[in-house]
Write a protein that binds this ligand. Structure first.
Ligand code: 5GP
Ligand code: ZN
Length: 137
């Protein structure tokens, strides 16, 4: 997709308004217009890339620093006691905007949000699977 058609590039460039909460040289952070919880914020690298797989690793420290600032401020602003940092890669994982971004989602005790269903492995399956992943590094 051309960057001129990318909705988050357009927000970063100021062509489309956003409810900005933080910015620095590396990132812009603004409220998600379809919040999973009040204060749900998107942390978006200024430079266009589509998924985590094409994010330059040397930019990770600036990104982590921004996530810490945003997570802390959002939590305090909405009176939450915790927050998630989520990041979707590719449509199968729910990615709908193909400009890399991190979701910061505040959580409040007893808010009832359930997003962590857990399964289990049959005996021996964990070791097999771990070996299969390790072989692909
Ligand atoms: P994804 O599913 O790609 O991880 O998340 C995309 C997120 O971007 C969604 O939560 C959606 O609500 C949000 N979003 C999409 N378009 C806009 C927009 O124009 N402005 C804002 N503030 N959020 C957007
Ligand atoms: Zn973009």
């Amino acid at each position: 997709m051309a960057e001129s058609e990318c909705i988050f590039c357009r927000i970063v460039n100021g062509d489309i308004p956003c409810a900005r909460v933080y910015e620095d040289d590396a990132v812009l952070a603004f409220l998600d217009l379809g919040p999973m919880a009040r204060g749900h914020t998107l942390v978006v690298p200024r430079k266009h890339c589509e998924s985590l797989l094409d994010f330059p690793a040397e930019e990770a420290p600036a990104l982590i620093s921004a996530l810490q600032k945003v997570g802390s401020a959002v939590m305090r602003a909405v009176g939450a006691q915790g927050f998630h940092v989520l990041q979707n890669n590719f449509p199968a994982a729910g990615q709908t905007v193909f400009h890399l971004h991190w979701h910061v989602i505040p959580r409040t005790e007893g808010d009832g949000m359930a997003l962590w269903p857990q399964g289990s492995y049959r005996e021996g399956e964990m070791a097999e699977l771990a070996a299969a992943v390790a072989a692909r590094m």
